[in-house]
Design a protein around this ligand. Structure first.
Ligand code: ZN
Length: 476
C-alpha cells in the first residue's frame, strides 16, 4: 500500500477516534432519566442531617419517592418529567407532621371551652360523643379535618378515634398519609361496646390496611387510666404479633399522675414500664409530667413522644419538659390534639407556641430555637411516629411529601432567616401547594382531592344535630 494512503487512513481514523467521546457525551446528555414530577426553583429547606438549605433547588420524584435532590441546574440536566411544579419565590419544606389528633372532633370545635380536662371530658365530650358519633359523623369530620390539614401543609397525621376504618378510607381518598389508631377504651363507645369487639375490630382494621402506601393502621388504647392492665398487655401482644404502632395518651395531667400513684403505686410511665407495655412502636401524646427517671425509661425503650402545647395550655394541663427530652435525644414530635381542645389543626400555630412557651417557662429566650421548633413538626415528628426512614425530610429515597410555602405575604416581608420566617411569621394560609406521596393534592391553594363547599355544608348539618342532642347545655 502506498505510504500516502496509509497516512490518509491514519488521519481519518484519528479524526473518528477524537470525535467519538464527543458523540457519546452528547448522547449521554440527551438520555434523560424519565421521572414523574419535578419541583424546581425556590429555597429548599431539606431538614436532612446536615440541615442543608438549597437556593434555586430541584427535586425529582418517581413512584411517590424522592429520587434526587440538588440544584435546579443539576436536576434539569439529568431528569425529565411530564409534570413540573414551579417553586419560584417560594420556600420548599418537608410536609408537616401532626403527631396527635382526633380528626373527626373538628365537628365539636368550640362546643365546650375554658374547662379542665376532667370536666371537659366527662360533662361535654363523652356525652356529645355518645349521642352523635356515627360512621357518617366520623366521615364528615374527617373530611373537614383533612381539608384543613392539607390547606395548612400537613401531609401526615397521627390519629386516635372511633370508626378508624372509615377515617382510613377518607384519608386514603384524600391522598393524605396517616398513622391511624382505632380506640380501645374500657367502656362502651360508638363503634364497639366491649373490649372483645374492639380487639376484633382492630384485628380486621390492621389486616385490611397493612401494606398501604399511605395508611399505617394502629391500635389506640385511650390512656393507662381508661384501659385495664390486662387489656394493655393484650394490646402490646397484638402489636408484637402484627407490628402495628400503639397510639396513646400518657401523663397528660398532674391529676393523672397523682391518681396513678395512689391506685398503682407508680406514676404512669413507671407503671407502663413495669407491666411491659412500652417499646419502640409506642407513640405517646402529651407526656407533660414525666420524672427524670421516666425520661430515661422513654429513651431506653425508644418511645415516641408528641408535644401538644396549645391543648396543654388551654386545658391548663401543664408544660411538658420538651427541651430536656430533646436534649436527651428522645423521639419528640408536635401535635395539635383534637380541634375540640385547641381549636384548630394548624401546625404553624403549634410551632410558634412551642417555641414561645418553652422560652417563657424556662425564663431563657435561647431555649427552643425556631429551627428546633421546625424540627418538632418535621424530622422530629417523623421520629416520634417511628417513620424517620420514610418521611420528615427532603432526601433521596424518602416519600415525596413536599410543601411549597409563599413568602410574599405581608406578614413575611422582609425575610432574613428562613426558620424564623417559617416558625414565627408564616401562617397556614401561606401554604400554596401540597404534594403527598408524589401526588399534588393542593395546587395554588386549590384542593384537588376534596370538595370544600360540600365539606362545609356537611359540617353545618352535623352542628344542628349536635345542638339538638345536647339541648340546653350549649352556650351562646
Ligand atoms: Zn388526645
Amino acid at each position: 500500500m502506498p505510504k500516502k494512503i496509509i497516512i490518509v487512513i491514519a488521519l481519518i481514523l484519528t479524526v473518528i477516534v477524537n470525535t467519538l467521546p464527543t458523540v457519546a457525551q452528547r448522547n449521554r446528555g440527551r438520555r434523560m432519566i424519565r421521572v414523574d414530577l419535578l419541583v424546581l426553583n425556590g429555597t429548599l429547606v431539606t431538614m436532612d442531617k446536615e440541615r442543608r438549605v438549597i437556593q434555586d433547588a430541584g427535586i425529582a420524584v418517581a413512584h411517590g419517592r424522592i429520587v434526587a435532590v440538588g440544584s435546579r441546574a443539576d436536576i434539569v440536566e439529568k431528569y425529565s418529567a411530564p409534570e413540573r411544579v414551579d417553586a419560584t419565590g417560594k420556600i420548599i419544606i418537608p410536609g408537616l407532621i401532626n403527631g396527635h389528633t382526633h380528626v373527626p372532633m373538628t365537628l365539636f370545635r368550640g362546643l365546650a371551652d375554658d374547662l379542665d380536662l376532667q370536666e371537659w371530658l366527662t360533662k361535654y365530650i363523652f356525652p356529645a360523643e355518645a349521642k352523635n358519633v356515627t360512621e357518617e359523623f366520623v366521615r364528615a369530620g374527617t373530611r373537614l379535618g383533612l381539608a384543613e390539614m392539607i390547606r395548612g401543609g400537613t401531609t401526615t397525621y397521627c390519629d386516635m378515634y372511633y370508626f378508624e376504618d372509615a377515617i382510613a378510607d377518607e384519608t386514603e381518598k384524600a391522598g393524605v398519609r396517616g398513622v391511624l389508631g382505632e380506640t380501645v377504651i374500657d367502656f362502651p363507645v360508638a363503634d364497639n361496646k366491649t373490649n372483645a369487639e374492639a380487639m376484633a375490630y382492630v384485628e380486621r382494621f390492621v389486616q385490611k390496611w397493612k401494606g398501604s402506601e399511605l395508611i399505617s393502621p394502629a391500635v389506640a388504647p385511650h390512656a393507662p387510666y381508661t384501659v385495664s392492665e390486662e387489656h394493655l398487655k393484650a394490646i402490646r401482644a397484638f402489636s408484637d404479633r402484627t407490628g402495628a404502632p400503639i397510639v396513646t395518651h400518657i401523663s397528660e395531667t398532674k391529676r393523672e399522675v397523682d391518681d396513678s400513684l395512689k391506685a398503682k403505686g407508680a406514676s404512669p410511665v413507671d407503671y407502663l414500664s413495669r407491666i411491659g407495655f412500652l417499646n419502640d412502636r409506642v407513640i405517646a401524646a402529651h407526656m407533660v409530667w414525666p420524672t427524670a427517671g421516666e425520661i430515661q425509661i422513654l429513651k431506653r425503650d425508644g418511645v415516641g413522644v408528641v408535644h401538644n402545647p396549645q391543648s396543654n395550655m388551654k386545658l391548663a394541663s401543664g408544660v411538658a419538659p420538651v427541651p430536656k427530652m430533646m436534649a436527651e435525644g428522645l423521639r419528640v414530635g408536635l401535635g395539635t390534639d383534637g380541634a375540640a381542645s385547641n381549636n384548630d389543626l394548624s401546625m404553624w400555630e403549634e410551632m410558634d407556641t412551642a417555641a414561645k412557651l418553652h422560652k417563657l417557662i424556662s425564663g431563657d429566650p435561647k431555649v427552643m430555637s425556631a429551627e428546633q421548633a421546625f424540627e418538632l413538626a418535621t424530622s422530629g415528628g417523623a421520629r416520634a411516629l417511628h417513620m424517620e426512614k420514610e418521611i420528615g425530610s427532603i432526601e433521596k429515597g424518602k416519600r415525596a411529601d413536599i410543601v411549597l410555602v409563599n413568602r410574599d405575604a405581608l406578614n413575611q416581608i422582609p425575610l432574613y432567616n428562613v426558620y424564623s420566617d417559617l416558625v414565627y411569621a408564616t401562617k397556614a394560609s401561606d401554604v400554596q401547594t401540597v404534594i403527598i406521596n408524589g401526588r399534588v393534592v393542593m395546587r395554588e391553594r386549590r384542593l384537588l382531592t376534596l370538595d370544600e363547599t360540600a365539606i362545609k355544608e356537611g359540617a353545618r348539618v352535623f352542628r344542628e344535630k349536635v345542638i339538638k342532642s345536647l339541648g340546653a347545655s350549649i352556650g351562646p
